[in-house]
Design a protein around this ligand. Structure first.
Ligand code: SF4
Length: 187
């Protein structure tokens, strides 16, 4: 088999994924070539949006056998063009820590009663009803009619709230007359 330089480059390019080791004699004739090898590792890539803040950076998650092996910024995303901040780069820790499922992640609400040192697991229904009842009774008891507001309730947003959630939270609190609104990211 005779190869000129152009043929050789084409042959090499087509052989990505194979061990491209060829042996030539002094006239440029291939006298030995390995068999093509199939890649054994199937890595799936999924485009997603960072879950942490309202900037909404795009990311690409590479996973293999249900484990995340890499997360990086999506270069095609118009917001971040391939970059991620440290929080975004650490997104995999929501799912796994040191290659094992993250057992620290809470899946049910925890409630600590006033003056108690212990946390109790509660259902979402109990938690939502309790918060609604306490907001209502606190607002009724502290309502400033002249100012149209309450100074007894504050709302602190979290870094995992996205744009739409922050918008709804701010709308709801302003409608309730809550003026102390804060957010840890302040982006
Ligand atoms: S936390 Fe960082 S990576 Fe995630 S959306 Fe915000 S700025 Fe982007």
């Amino acid at each position: 088999m005779r190869l000129n330089r152009r043929d050789f480059l084409k042959f090499s390019g087509a052989g990505i994924g194979a061990a491209a080791v060829l042996t030539f004699d002094t006239k440029g004739i291939v006298i030995a070539a390995p068999k093509e090898l199939q890649l054994k590792t199937r890595v799936k890539e999924t485009a997603t949006i960072c879950c942490y803040c309202s900037v909404g950076c795009g990311a690409i998650v590479a996973d293999y056998e249900d484990g995340i092996i890499k997360i990086e910024g999506n270069p095609d995303h118009p917001v971040n063009e391939g970059s991620l901040c440290p929080k975004g780069l650490a997104m995999a820790q929501i799912h796994q820590v040191n290659g094992k499922p993250n057992t620290y992640r809470l899946t049910t609400p925890l409630y600590r009663a006033p003056n108690s040192a212990d946390w109790e697991e509660k259902s979402w229904g109990w938690m939502i009803n309790t918060i609604a009842q306490r907001v209502k009774s606190t607002r009724d008891a502290s309502w400033n009619e002249a100012m149209g507001r309450t100074d007894a309730i504050a709302c602190l947003g979290g870094g995992e709230l996205d744009n739409e959630e922050c918008y709804l939270l701010a709308k709801m609190n302003r409608a309730l007359g809550v003026v102390y609104l804060e957010h840890c990211a302040r982006l």
